[in-house]
Design a protein around this ligand. Structure first.
Ligand code: GLA
Length: 392
């Protein structure tokens, strides 16, 4: 990929680029908890967005996306939301950098990658993080990875219109090979926990659907959680987010008067408890207990938080009957994308085959699968041994 993107860049812009990558992510457990100041347990994976970049002396921003075979031109002095969606993840970051006082000139950027789009693996966060990381390096801005993840998140809010939490950008930036990140989204304290699954692997099963409710329903869930907090606050003034709320408070002040808000908040409060227990399972190497919590998480996401869909439910229900699968659940924002499954290594091939046949028969859709390997977060790619020329 590094060679491919370097060659493409040379052909397009006739200059030697620097190449950077930022990965997609999985999340073991802790969904829709990040924007409620809760905990998440993500990891960066071996699927990446790559950007090849070179500085320009003028104010032109040349962007080219290999996936769409489309090139667009902007000006650094006039960065606005584009009517085409893909440049927005890049322009949003440029806008954030400028709003934070970073001095930029024009640049050429070519983007490629192997994260399937719309599959819940956070390809958009990876684009934002790869861009932030690359521009930070070439313009020597001196930003650290945490600061860059927040700028990337803000870019998603302002230029992509999704009021997301910090999980995806944080994982894409700060992921660590063979470790999951236990991130406290309130204090931003984080701990790398070794992800040792002797005899098991993480398998992603892609429904190949992305219902277009995803963005609007995501923002609605966020508002509903805020409503829950507002209902509790008069009784407990120190409460700031769902992190400060327990089941008793919800039962007493929300359950009867606002049943839907209660349902949403109950899921979040319980998911945080499940996550903390799952970290202990992980430290003890108890994969079966961890897997069971993943199944519980899915039930909450599907029946209480209501962000699943029939395709995701089908996949999780189906693998529940397969003993080689320790646990599974929908992953990410929901309404499509992938399920994350912990499967005995020896049974992966057979399981995928069986689930594919059942899924294709029931949903009339193809199933795609990936084995996710936990990898490092954003980095510069080494192309010193690839000093290609425009004619090579
Ligand atoms: C999306 C968002 C994240 C997080 C998840 C749900 O991936 O970008 O911030 O809220 O959904 O856990």
């Amino acid at each position: 990929m590094i060679e491919k993107i370097t060659k493409a860049f040379l052909e397009k812009y006739g200059a030697q680029p620097t190449v950077f990558r930022s990965p997609g992510r999985v999340n073991i457990i802790g969904e829709h908890t990040d924007y409620n100041e809760g905990f998440v347990l993500p990891a960066a994976i071996n699927k990446n967005i790559y950007v090849a970049v070179s500085k320009r002396k003028d104010s032109i921003i040349n962007l080219y996306a290999e996936d769409f075979k489309e090139g667009l031109v902007f000006d650094i002095n006039d960065v606005e939301r584009s009517s085409t969606q893909w440049p927005n993840y890049i322009l949003g970051v440029v806008d954030q950098l400028q709003k934070n006082g970073c001095l930029l000139s024009g640049f050429n950027l070519l983007i490629d990658g192997d994260i399937p789009i719309g599959s819940g693996l956070s390809s958009s966060a990876a684009v934002e993080c790869a861009t932030a990381f690359a521009l930070n390096e070439i313009f020597e801005l001196g930003l650290d990875k945490i600061k860059m993840s927040f700028m990337a998140q803000k870019a998603e809010h302002t230029f992509a219109g999704v009021n997301c939490g910090i999980m995806d950008q944080f994982a894409s930036m700060l992921g660590k090979k063979d470790h999951v990140i236990k991130l406290d989204c309130r204090s931003l304290e984080y701990e790398y926990i070794p992800f040792k699954l002797d005899g098991y692997k993480i398998v992603l099963l892609n429904t190949n659907v992305k219902h277009n409710l995803a963005a609007s329903e995501y923002n609605i869930r966020r508002q509903q959680c805020e409503e829950g907090v507002a209902l509790i606050k008069p009784f407990y003034p120190s409460v700031k987010s769902l992190r400060d709320i327990n089941m008793d408070m919800l039962a007493k002040h929300v359950a009867i008067t606002h049943p839907l808000i209660y349902q949403r908040c109950k899921y979040v409060v319980e998911e945080n408890i499940r996550l903390l227990a799952a970290c202990e399972d992980l430290k003890k190497g108890n994969i079966i207990a961890l897997g069971n919590r993943m199944y519980q998480s899915h039930i909450g996401l599907s029946t209480e938080y209501e962000v699943s869909c029939k395709e995701l439910d089908f996949l999780v229900d189906h693998v529940k009957n397969i003993p080689a699968v320790a646990g599974a659940r929908m992953m990410g924002g929901g309404f499509g994308g992938c399920t994350i499954n912990i499967i005995e290594e020896d049974a992966i091939e057979k399981t995928i085959k069986e689930v594919s046949i059942a899924y294709e028969k029931a949903m009339k859709l193809p199933l795609t699968s990936y084995i996710a390997v936990i990898d490092d977060g954003a980095s510069k790619c080494n192309i010193t041994d690839l000093q290609l020329t425009a004619n090579s």
